[in-house]
Design a protein around this ligand. Structure first.
Ligand code: NDP
Length: 483
């Protein structure tokens, strides 16, 4: 700890969220506009990762269930595609408005089931979800303008598989463009975070969204695999790990299906000596500790110009001491619960590996963490070599790797030295340097003097092992039209 910096005397009173979200004991599959029991007759429990308490039982869709969902989607898609585009838009606008109206409930449920701080689900995730549906509702009857010279024809039934880090936001990224283009969807949420997708299905029923156009099949990896392999799904959209993504790519290639993949990352975050350091520190913190670091585009490799390296490390050390780890439903919490025990074990293994390979761990101090639930304090490593495992592999937790550089060329070479290419960040006072560096970074998104900013109009996606295809904006619409 840097002894020159004063201790942080802040102590907040608890500010727990008071809204109680009612939950059923059991949830079936959402197929053809109805909740139905699974033909597999299998169910699994979904928990609150902050308490390990069971929240509900959820159906596990087997092959026959996935087939029923694809059949329902195929039947509904034709009618949906024939509907006047302005009528499709009305349905999407209505959905967006209802999401806004029920935003508090959705935010609480997202934090309850996923572990993310309510501050984030309330102020970032759910508003962005509504924004995505509003944005794409607006394109429904303007697709010829969005994509001139392109035949406007839906693909058909899309299989969509989403991860646990942004359950409702990833659902919106997948459903909104697909529906705007006249497709029907069968969506599989992640095993650990099915509840907000199920709540969205209830909203679809409530607003009388045409039955069968959206189907939600809960389950584990095998359910996702059935969806990918089903001959009725003509396009697959997947967000998740690179390993699973590669397997899906093989299946889709063999079957001639359209595919977009949004996979992992090890994104470089570059701080030049002329950067506004106060803001840059906030950018670094947001880049790696947002959502407990469960972010595909997290700025997990910090590259700092040597002349300001020590100052950045001292400020960062000071800053992470004020990050509050704890109850996701407390409005003061900065870092909530890790999503699952498996993910916590994975992060702990990387923490041990970093130390064993010779890096120095700086962990935020703090009182005891709750005995129940999955918790990890924010930390960063210094003395990191590019060859270290923690500098190469995606940790997906609140753990940053700090390295340094001397010249711009060295910074770019180090930044691009990764099999991934999802995102990058550059902090500098010089506009010319921003343009020069951003152009030379091999990343799908480059944030300049900011980090992790999402917008429905802005395409997002990666290069190399981070996947291909774009989500959001006009590029994202293009991925949901037939060739
Ligand atoms: P996965 O890639 O396994 O999960 C993503 C989604 O794919 C989930 O819905 C999952 O279901 C499903 N799935 C799993 N196996 C298959 C399969 N064979 N065919 C089709 N769908 C499948 O990620 P994990 O949850 O296992 O996380 C592991 C690591 O992946 C993390 O530690 C992180 O590094 C990275 N990751 C990256 C994400 C990103 O945004 N790029 C998001 C999540 C994880 P189920 O959840 O039921 O297993």
């Amino acid at each position: 700890m840097n002894s020159a910096l004063p201790a942080i005397p802040w102590d907040y009173s608890p500010a727990p969220e008071t809204l109680k979200v009612p939950l059923e004991k059991r949830y079936g599959l959402f197929i053809g506009g109805q909740f139905v029991p699974p033909r597999s007759r299998r169910w699994f429990e979904t928990i609150n990762p902050a308490t390990e308490q069971v929240l509900a039982e959820v159906a596990e869709a087997g092959e026959a269930d996935v087939d029923a969902a694809v059949v329902a989607a195929t039947a509904a898609q034709k009618k949906w595609a024939r509907l006047a585009a302005r009528e499709r838009a009305k349905h999407l606008y209505r959905l967006a408005r209802r999401i806004q109206e029920r935003s508090r409930e959705l935010a609480v449920l997202e934090s309850l089931n996923g572990g993310k701080p309510i501050r984030e689900s309330r102020d970032i995730d759910v508003p962005l979800v509504a924004q995505h549906f509003f944005y794409h509702a607006g394109w429904c009857d303007k697709l010829h303008y969005a994509l001139p010279n392109r035949k406007i024809q839906p693909i058909g039934v899309c299989g969509q598989i989403i991860p646990w880090n942004f359950p409702l936001l990833m659902l919106a990224w997948k459903l909104a463009p697909a529906l705007a283009c006249g497709n029907a969807c069968v969506l599989k949420p992640a095993e650990t975070t099915p509840l907000t997708a199920i709540r969205l299905a209830e909203i679809l029923q409530e607003i009388e969204f045409p039955a069968g156009v959206v189907n939600i099949v809960t389950g584990a990896g095998a359910t996702g695999a059935h969806l990918v392999a089903h001959p009725g799904t003509r396009k697959i959209a997947f967000t998740g790990s690179t390993e699973v993504g590669k397997g899906i790519a093989r299946t889709c290639a063999a079957a001639g299906k359209d595919l977009t993949l949004e996979l992992g990352g090890k994104s470089p975050h570059l701080i030049f000596e002329d950067a506004p350091l106060d803001q840059a520190i906030e950018g670094i913190v947001n880049g790696i500790y947002f959502n407990q670091g469960h972010v595909c585009c997290a700025g997990s490799r910090l590259l700092v110009q040597e002349s300001v390296r020590d100052e950045v490390i001292a400020r960062l050390e000071h800053r992470i001491r004020s990050l509050r780890v704890g109850d996701p439903l407390d409005k003061n919490t900065d870092i909530g619960a890790i999503n699952s025990r498996a993910q916590l074990d994975k992060i702990r293994a990387y923490l041990a590996c970093g130390t064993a390979e010779g890096a120095t761990l700086h962990e935020a101090p703090g009182g005891p963490l709750p005995a129940k639930g999955f918790w990890c304090r924010p930390s960063f490593f210094t003395e990191v070599q590019p060859s270290h495992t923690i500098a190469r592999e995606e940790i997906f937790g609140p753990v940053l790797q700090v390295m340094s550089f001397r010249t711009t060329s060295e910074a770019i070479e180090r930044a691009n030295n990764t099999p991934y290419g999802l995102a990058a960040g550059v902090w500098t006072d010089k506009g010319a340097r921003i343009f020069d560096v951003a152009r030379r970074l091999r990343a799908g998104v480059v944030w300049c003097n900011t980090y992790i900013q999402f917008d429905a109009a802005s395409p997002f996606g990666g290069y190399k092992e981070s996947g291909f295809g774009r989500e959001g904006g006009r590029h994202g619409l293009s991925a949901y039209l037939a060739h």
